[in-house]
Design a protein around this ligand. Sequence first.
Ligand code: 13P
Length: 338
Amino acid sequence: MGIKNQDISAEDLIKQINSLKQKREAVILAHNYQPPEIQDLADYTGDSLELSIIAAKTEAKVIVFCGVRFMGETAAILSPEKTVLLPVLEAGCTLADYATAEQVREMKKKHPNAIVVTYVNSSAEVKAESDICCTSANAIDIVRTIDLSRPIIFVSDYNLGHYAAKITKREIILWDGCCPTHALLSTFAVQRARKKWPGAQVIMHPECKPDVLELADFVGSTSGMLRYAKQQPAGASLIVGTEIGLLHRLQKENPDKTFYPASDYLICPMMKMTTLKNVKDSLEKMQYVVTVPENIAMRARAAVNAMLNYKGTPKKSTPPSPPAEKAKGETEISIGVE
Ligand code: 13P
């Protein structure tokens, strides 16, 4: 049986996936960090925010989420009437595991007046304890919507929270959590890459450590980096400080530019678990269905929708940001489900 499966060519698997996709009335979503063949197969490839919006809007009956569990959960929260499938049961997120609902409740007790802003890289239970979610694409905008009189607890990525605090000049209560892949990137590696490829710009994800982010020419979400790369002139070269999966799309969409990984170690093992065979099996056997109990989903949905409904108007009590703050590395993106 195992030997037989190994014999199926990628081409045949893709054919089977496409016919199963039609039969199931499914849509395939892939995060920008997925393996190249999965990105190429997907109907939509994007960052966490883009994929959440697509999951909320799609008319497909089944969503196959090629990513990690919290992404599938977010889709299930937003589209409870649809079947959300995660092709690999074990594909989790270490960063999401840094916070539990219990810990968030404890933190809220310590800071009763605080607003809890939670990174989408979190479990449904943690989202349910939160006031509003954010992604790396909109963390700064979301923080700016919070009334200046309210303290902010930022769950659960220390580095993203630190970056948002720096750019918005807000005091933020930070969480002790990080993405182990982004945390691997050191100032030494970036300096070495700059020496190796002089003239190349350095672009980075805000999950990188604060001292490392200081070395970036641009900081943004995975899609923010894609947009930034597109704006560069032909012949430009860029050093990429995020999970290496993004290099596939960067290179594919910018054949006239060159991209280098800031380090060869920026590989998320969870994101790399998905194979074509997993996707085929997922559609064939309808596995693994992601479910979120409605009592949790209801509260988590309020936090995710608070983010999606934000249309970019800061609250009156929040002063407009000075133009200087926009200069370095802020993603400019309009968000919200129209
Ligand atoms: P993006 O929202 O930029 O796609 O990042 C998601 C993520 O999990 C980063 O580690």
